[in-house]
Design a protein. Structure first.
Length: 206
């Protein structure tokens, strides 16, 4: 018997496996086995692996969009407003590591036969952020590139860690380290760096 419980279980398992292994390395059989359902029944009721992946990415986009829309709604056109926007983005990725992992796999060439997701999901969020950030930045700062600089920094820090020069302060091994805890000194140092980056890129009068 198939119902909403089975669908939610399959979706949760697929999300975890796509985030951990990537789309290309996750088989229908593996998803079905981990979810405790029959593979043929799963395909008949949910669709093929690509369709399930699209549903996973849609849900990942939904939660990210809600978080960023709320942050943009609170935004005030000032340097402090930009800092709070960046904090909201960092905090979202700390709280939703699977979203970051799903996109990291795509950046590395995963699921390239399931196209169009960047245009559907990534671009609208970036456009929304740059639309409000641009009015605060210095004239010679490109809003698109600054937005992507923050994205690259956040993804790099949370997936690869940071090797600091001071003894005993290194985090990360280059192989998917555990995410820094919210109260870690490494995270506080990284957050301060992002704040400094934003202040340097903001218009002097902001």
């Amino acid at each position: 018997m198939w119902g909403e419980t089975e669908r939610q279980r399959v979706w949760g398992v697929a999300t975890r496996l796509f985030a951990e292994l990537g789309f290309d390395s996750t088989s229908v059989e593996l998803i079905a086995q981990a979810a405790g359902v029959d593979a043929e029944s799963m395909l008949a009721r949910i669709g093929d692996k690509a369709e399930l992946y699209r549903l996973v990415m849609l849900e990942a986009h939904r939660v990210e969009r809600e978080a960023m829309e709320a942050a943009v709604a609170r935004f005030t056109p000032s340097t402090q407003g930009l800092i709070e926007l960046v904090d909201a983005y960092l905090d979202f990725n700390l709280d939703h590591p699977y979203v970051l992992a799903l996109w990291m796999h795509r950046w590395m060439g995963d699921a390239m036969d399931v196209g169009g997701l960047e245009e559907l999901y990534a671009r609208p969020l970036i456009t929304m952020v740059t639309g409000v950030a641009g009015e605060v930045l210095a004239e010679d700062v490109d809003a698109d590139h600054l937005t992507w600089t923050v994205i690259w920094c956040v993804y790099g820090f949370l997936t690869g860690g940071m090797q600091y020069t001071s003894p005993g302060s290194a985090i990360g091994t280059g192989r998917r380290p555990s995410l820094p805890m919210a109260d870690s000194e490494a995270l506080r140092r990284f957050r301060r760096y992002l704040h400094t980056l934003i202040r340097r890129m903001s218009a002097p009068a902001a």
